[in-house]
Ligand binder design. Structure first.
Ligand code: ZN
Length: 53
């Protein structure tokens, strides 16, 4: 039970209110400190809600 928490990746990629953004943790490289970036799961991108108050 060590499911990685991925902040900013809760929105569906194809959702209207979701926007793609570079992962601020790894700057889109998908790597952080020579390991897979846990913020984006190694994709280098995060999906963030857009237009939500
Ligand atoms: Zn990342």
């Amino acid at each position: 039970m060590s499911e990685p928490i991925v902040p900013g990746d809760k929105a569906q990629p194809d959702a209207e209110n979701a926007g793609e953004d570079l992962c601020p943790q790894c700057n889109g490289t998908g790597r952080y400190k020579d390991e897979e970036c846990k913020n984006c799961g190694g994709s280098g991108k995060v999906f963030v809600p857009v237009g939500t108050p």
